[in-house]
Structures are given as structure tokens and as C-alpha cells.
Design a protein around this ligand. Structure first.
Ligand code: SF4
Length: 489
């Protein structure tokens, strides 16, 4: 027997794992419950939603109507959404499909099969109530000691909106479009004149007709740009988004895209979200206190350390944050003309509160020379003009006379700089803490783009996203059965 024949013989004796014949009668478990094991997260979703006071959370139709066709209980539809977001199924049509074919959903909904419109309407009609559900879960996690309650990292990220970049316009882009349209219009008109001469004044040849159509279309387009520019002037807004009017073009790293700014406060212990908010403000500046303070409140503590990146550096906000019991740690951005020109930075000048003066790198005392205002704050400029004129360090400090300005509440920045000097590693900790939720939400949970339009709708969506991010973390740390026990306990 040659090697080919022996291989054929061996092959004929080998078999693959075979399934049942499709028409064969099987002895399957009798109850749907037998398909869902004790550690299945759907059991927790079921227990958690059953334990919520849905009327207090703001859900509509918690009490069934006495007359008319019975509707679905809001708790069942909420369970479906939490399950869907946990399993990367967010669209109402896909959720409808899961209710027909997914044994976990069949178990969770007790074989209810709402159609996609009912599912979509539920999310739209109850969008404000999802925040209460998120907060109830935070309180549960607090009871389970999942939050360290010592350090919060605050950060923001852009999540894409249902609005293409081509459908977003700023004043600058509109002016540029109008300028380009005018240029092309002039060109078309010149060509039209030339065609008229060539075709003869009354001929109206094909080329002339074609150009006239192009001119008409361009004029209409130009008119639309003009109308949008007038709208911006009227409303005082900086940009217009046509598909989702609430979304804004904003930078994320080096790219600009149209989306929403999602703010989170993350507790360092298990990298779980404590507070989150969606806004269409294009920068993070000014959002520190409004993100950190509700987080401190829900954690039920008097004070907590808060760390954020330099994008949050704004003296009024840092002052408010400290007053709200959130001890800020925000590095100072290196900006301003002195930094640009490579002169001594402001932090190289030491403020001496006792003498109300700055000590410069040459050891000279800079005293108040001017009083003014910045935004709503009093501002004092400090300088030592006589010393500067003869200073050997002047080439490294100024082109003329150096002055250093101080705002009325700048003590808060001095205290913060002191804290950062004492704990420089807190800034690395920030990155590590906040990158986990944003990385998981965008990469692993595939929730880096909103499905709905409008600020209130995307807020509802992100409440669900943040809830299931926390839910997954909590289930990993605690386990399904202890979590269920905590809900029922
Ligand atoms: S130039 Fe003026 S402010 Fe600068 S180091 Fe010299 S004395 Fe101090």
C-alpha cells in the first residue's frame, strides 16, 4: 500500500463532531431559566431594574393605564437597553431582532417582543430618566466600596455626532466659501460673455445654456452660505451643524471632527465613572467644577483630590473647585509671549505674600506698578523698571521692562502649584485612570459615535454607556451573585 492509499484509509476512519439532525426530537431543558446560568450578567440587570423606583427616576407610564391597549412596562424596556448597551447592540432595530432570537434577551424579557418603534420611542420619551439610573448604580457601587473616594481624575473626550464634517460651517469657513463662490461666479460670467460673443448675441447655444445653469446653481449655493452667516450673526453662535444642529466641530488630538464633548470624573480605585456629562462646549476649560463637584457629592465626602490636564486651567474654575471641596491638581499651561520668546517663565518668579511682591530670577523685588482687570477679576502688574534696565539677566527675561501679572484670587494657584510640587506623580496617575474608561468605551464597547441627534438624546445615550461601563467593571470585581445580593439586601 503506497502512502497515498494509507492516508485515504486513515481519512475514512476519522470523523468530525456532528450536530443533531434538524428534524430529530430533542430533550431540551424545559424552562428558559435553565439556559441562563447563575453568573450570567442578565440576572443582575433583571434584579437591578426590579429594585429601582422607576417613577421616582422619572420614567413615564410606570403605572399601567386603566383603559386602552396595554403597553410594555418601562422596566422591561430599560432592561433591554441595558442588556443591549452591555453587548454592543444599541440600535432599536437590532434590539428588536435580539428579542426574537437571543436566549438571554428572551429570558430577560420573559419572551416579550417589542417592535423597534416601541423600543426607540421608549429611549426618546424617557431620555432624562436614564441619568437617575446611572446615579442609582453609582450609589450601589459606593455601598459595595468600589470607589476609593480619595482621588478623582477629570477629563473630556470627543464622541462623534451624526453630522458629517462637510455639514458643519464656521464663520471663517462660510466667508471662505462665499469668497470662492464669488471668484467662480466672476469666472463663469466672464466665460458667459465670451460665449455670447462667439455664439452671437441671440444664439443662446448649448455652452451658454450650460454656463447659465452653473451660475444659477452657484448663486443659490452662495445664498445659502449668506443665510447661514446671517444666522450666526443673529444667534451669536460660532458654528452651524446641519444634520445635528447641537453638535459642534471640535479638536481631538490633532484632528477636528464634529461631535460632543463628554466629560467624566473617574475614581482612581477601580477606574469607575462617578459623574459624567455631555456638552457641546468645544473646550474643557471651565468644566472642572461642574464635573467634579457632583462626583464628590454622590460619593458622600467632604473633600476629595481632583486631577485634570492643563486644558482645565482657569483660575476662576480652580478657585470654585477648591471652594466646592474638590482639591484641584491642574498643571499650568506654558503659554504667553514670554514663553513664546523663550524668556523666564512666570513660575520662575516667586510670590512673597508678606511683602506683596515677586522675587525675580535676579533676586530683585517686583512691586505693584499697574492695576487693571482681566475678565471679571482684578489684576495687578508687578515690576522693577530700574532694576531691569541694568540687569545682566535681561536678555533672558525681556526685551524691555519685565512685568508679572497677578489676579485677585491667584493664591489658589500658588497653593495648587505647591501641591503639584509635593505630588508630581499625580499627573501620570491621571492619564492612567481616565484612559481606561475612554479607551474601553471607544475601542472595546464600540461606542465612539452617538446614534441619535440632539444634546438631550446623546445625553441619554451616554448615561447608558457610562452605566454599562461601570456595570462591567463592577461585575468583574465583585461577581454577579454578590451584586444581586447587594441589590436585594
Ligand atoms: S530683567 Fe528685571 S525682572 Fe528680569 S531678571 Fe532682570 S531684574 Fe529681574
Amino acid at each position: 500500500m503506497d502512502s497515498f492509499e494509507s492516508a485515504r484509509g486513515l481519512e475514512s476512519r476519522m470523523t468530525h463532531i456532528a450536530g443533531f439532525e434538524r428534524d430529530q426530537l430533542l430533550l431540551l431543558p424545559e424552562a428558559v431559566d435553565d439556559y441562563v446560568d447563575a453568573e450570567n450578567p442578565v440576572r443582575f440587570i433583571d434584579a437591578f431594574v426590579d429594585g429601582l423606583d422607576l417613577a421616582a427616576a422619572g420614567f413615564a407610564r410606570v403605572t399601567a393605564r386603566a383603559t386602552g391597549r396595554p403597553g410594555y412596562a418601562p422596566g422591561d424596556l430599560l432592561k433591554l437597553y441595558i442588556y443591549g448597551y452591555l453587548n454592543r447592540v444599541r440600535s432599536s432595530r437590532r434590539l428588536e431582532r435580539e428579542a426574537h432570537r437571543n436566549i438571554e434577551v428572551i429570558w430577560l424579557l420573559r419572551s416579550l417582543r417589542p417592535d423597534f418603534k416601541t423600543i426607540a420611542d421608549f429611549r426618546r420619551d424617557n431620555r432624562a430618566a436614564f441619568r437617575a439610573v446611572f446615579r442609582q448604580f453609582v450609589l450601589l457601587c459606593r455601598r459595595l466600596d468600589l470607589y476609593g473616594r480619595e482621588l478623582l481624575a477629570v477629563d473630556g473626550t470627543r464622541i462623534k455626532a451624526v453630522n458629517n464634517k462637510d455639514r458643519n460651517f464656521t464663520r471663517t469657513s462660510l466667508r471662505e466659501f462665499i469668497r470662492a463662490a464669488d471668484e467662480r461666479l466672476n469666472d463663469y460670467l466672464a466665460r458667459l460673455d465670451a460665449s455670447d460673443i462667439e455664439d452671437g448675441a441671440s444664439a443662446g447655444g448649448a455652452r451658454t445654456k450650460n454656463l447659465a445653469e452653473k451660475i444659477e446653481a452657484l448663486r443659490k449655493k452662495r445664498g445659502r452660505y449668506e443665510a447661514m452667516l446671517a444666522q450666526l450673526d443673529r444667534t451669536g453662535e460660532d458654528q452651524i451643524s446641519l444634520t445635528d444642529p447641537d453638535s459642534r466641530a471640535m479638536a481631538a488630538h490633532t484632528k477636528v471632527g464634529v461631535g460632543y464633548n463628554v466629560q467624566v470624573a473617574v475614581d482612581a480605585k477601580n477606574k469607575m465613572i462617578v459623574e459624567q456629562a455631555v456638552t457641546n462646549q468645544v473646550v474643557d476649560m471651565g468644566l472642572l467644577t461642574q464635573t467634579a463637584e457632583p462626583a464628590r457629592e454622590i460619593l458622600g465626602i467632604e473633600t476629595i483630590d481632583v486631577v485634570a490636564d492643563r486644558g482645565y486651567f482657569k483660575v476662576e474654575d480652580i478657585d470654585a473647585c477648591e471652594k466646592a471641596g474638590c482639591i484641584p491638581h491642574v498643571p499650568k499651561p506654558q503659554r504667553g509671549s514670554s514663553v513664546r520668546e523663550g524668556f523666564f517663565r512666570k513660575d520662575e518668579f516667586r510670590y512673597d505674600a508678606g511683602r506683596d511682591a515677586y522675587v525675580c530670577p535676579a533676586g530683585q523685588l517686583l512691586t505693584p506698578i499697574r492695576h487693571g482687570r482681566l475678565r471679571d477679576l482684578k489684576k495687578v502688574d508687578y515690576g522693577a523698571p530700574h532694576a531691569c534696565r541694568v540687569c545682566p539677566l535681561r536678555p533672558r527675561c525681556t526685551n524691555d521692562i519685565r512685568s508679572v501679572s497677578r489676579l485677585e484670587n491667584e493664591d489658589v494657584l500658588d497653593r495648587m502649584a505647591e501641591r503639584l510640587r509635593a505630588r508630581p506623580h499625580i499627573l501620570d496617575r491621571r492619564r492612567e485612570v481616565v484612559e481606561h474608561p475612554f479607551g474601553s468605551i471607544k475601542q472595546w464597547m464600540y461606542q465612539g459615535a452617538f446614534l441619535m441627534r440632539g444634546l438631550e438624546n446623546v445625553r441619554a445615550e451616554f448615561n447608558l454607556t457610562a452605566l454599562v461601563y461601570n456595570l462591567r467593571r463592577a461585575l468583574n470585581v465583585v461577581g454577579v451573585e454578590p451584586m444581586i445580593a447587594a441589590v436585594r439586601g
